[in-house]
Design a protein around this ligand. Structure first.
Ligand code: SAH
Ligand code: SF4
Ligand code: F3S
Length: 418
């Protein structure tokens, strides 16, 4: 049987679709290959959110086309949907392009025309074990002015609440220890049961030993009361990822984020008042029209909210987005300067955030463990934890308690305790 190689760029949705395809291929008798040279099927799952990710995908496509030939390549995801022509120019006419990203069943149908697949199984893909990714909302209609996702991924489609709860129950029942619910703006979820909070309350009532969390929240569609209600749930992880994007109200307005920094502050407050919770965010530097003063506000906000982690991105012009038509672009040299200035601050904040945990005991989900006694996992508040453990080595997906003895900006280090 032939070997397959899947190269994935971009967000958790792409990770989920790639893992689902990998599972279906494995069930069809195919096996994963380590290198392009050995693969007879190459799947490239692309992201268009920034130019860099697109360029990487196209260059990988060029390499793959030379080694395995266009007819053995499936080019899918957001770039495949937006710029099929360039992909065909690079790889040649025989390339299999999956246009559209609406649902994984459609993607599987196309991959299935290239090689036979196994039965579709609606349990979470096993290659992501111990985390079960579950879609709540596909697509996006929030139209942030810099963002290509609404064009690439299309209008919002809400997954039926019965299906969501069924998937969650099956995942927990079949041994998954973490559920991750997904939506580009998950706060826009609506169902017969209610919105995000109501569905999360129902998930919380499932029997079993599991944690759950969700991505991504949008401050404009979230209320402080909802944040507080979520924080009371028994199985929820103690972390919130709440993208701020900019600390300047003027820039937030130009981004069409539909909230102010003060609104954000009201949502962050319950999290910041509880030392057991972490708050992470996304920031874009160098959005068109960003002045030194706007940037200073972002720096103040990042310091003020004491983010435990920040995903910093340099603004990237995406063809067809409203911001790409704005005239007052920030020169690349200034973007670089602001980015490295803020990166230093962000790294210091992560270091400080981890430092205070030395001497504490944390609940950790085990993600890998080796016979020698070195293990790795994630704490309930989302930190990387490297720890030593004596025999018996804990299984992947089990929960352990770790005594933390030191930290770095990357994470925590300690020893398992019983
Ligand atoms: N739906 C999620 C994720 C969107 S993409 C959300 O709204 O949070 C992930 C991150 O990429 C965004 O939060 C933003 O910070 C960044 N991003 C999106 N478009 C970008 C662009 N054109 N240039 C730079 N960063 C961008
Ligand atoms: Fe893009 Fe905004 Fe939608 Fe996130 S919420 S995917 S940033 S348009
Ligand atoms: Fe990228 Fe598409 Fe996800 S643009 S971030 S892969 S929705």
């Amino acid at each position: 049987m032939s070997g397959f190689l899947i190269k994935t760029f971009g967000c958790q949705f792409n990770q989920l679709y790639s893992a689902t395809i990998a599972d279906a291929l494995t069930r069809g008798g195919h096996r994963p290959s380590e290198s392009l040279g050995e693969a007879s099927l190459v799947i490239i799952n692309t992201c268009a959110v920034r130019e860099k990710a697109e360029e990487k995908a196209f260059s990988f496509l060029g390499e793959a086309a030379k080694l395995v030939g266009a007819s053995h390549i499936v080019f899918m995801g957001c770039t495949a949907t937006l710029d099929k022509e360039r992909a065909v120019r690079i790889a040649g006419r025989g390339l299999n392009v999956v246009e559209g990203t609406a649902d994984v069943e459609h993607v599987l149908a196309v991959v299935g025309t290239v090689v036979p697949l196994g039965e579709l199984d609606c349990t979470a893909p096993h290659s992501l074990f111990p985390t079960a990714d579950i879609e709540l909302v596909r697509g996006c209609e929030s139209y942030c002015t810099y963002c290509i996702v609404p064009r690439a991924r299309g209008p919002e489609v809400v997954v039926d609440v019965g299906e969501v709860l069924h998937r969650a129950e099956r995942a927990v029942g079949s041994g998954f220890s973490e559920l991750l619910f997904l939506g580009q703006n998950i706060n826009r979820y609506r169902s017969s049961l209610g919105g995000l909070v109501e569905v999360m309350c129902s998930v919380d009532e499932l029997d079993g030993n599991f944690w759950f969390w969700f991505l991504s929240s949008h401050p404009a569609n979230f209320t402080p009361d909802e944040v507080k209600r979520l924080m009371e749930l028994r199985h929820i992880e103690h972390r919130l990822h709440l993208p701020l994007q900019s600390g300047s109200d003027r820039i937030l307005e130009r981004m069409n984020r539909r909230h102010t920094v003060a609104d954000y502050g009201r949502l962050a407050e319950p999290i910041r008042e509880n030392a057991d919770w972490t708050l992470t965010t996304d920031i874009i530097v160098g959005f068109p029209g960003e002045t030194d003063d706007d940037f200073a506000h972002t720096v103040d906000a990042v310091r003020g909210f004491r983010f435990d982690g920040v995903f910093l991105a340099k603004y990237s012009d995406r063809p067809g987005t409203p911001s790409s038509r704005m005239q007052d672009k920030v020169p690349p040299a200034i973007i670089d300067e602001r980015h490295s200035f803020l990166l230093n601050i962000v790294q210091d904040l992560s270091e400080q955030s981890n430092q205070v945990l030395a001497g504490r005991f944390l609940d950790v989900l085990v993600l890998s463990a080796h016979a020698g006694g070195n293990a790795f996992g994630r704490s309930i508040d989302g930190r990387n934890v490297w720890f030593l453990c004596s025999e018996p080595v804990p299984g992947i997906g089990t929960f352990v308690s770790v005594a933390i003895d030191h930290s770095s900006r990357e994470g925590l280090y300690g020893t398992r305790v019983f």
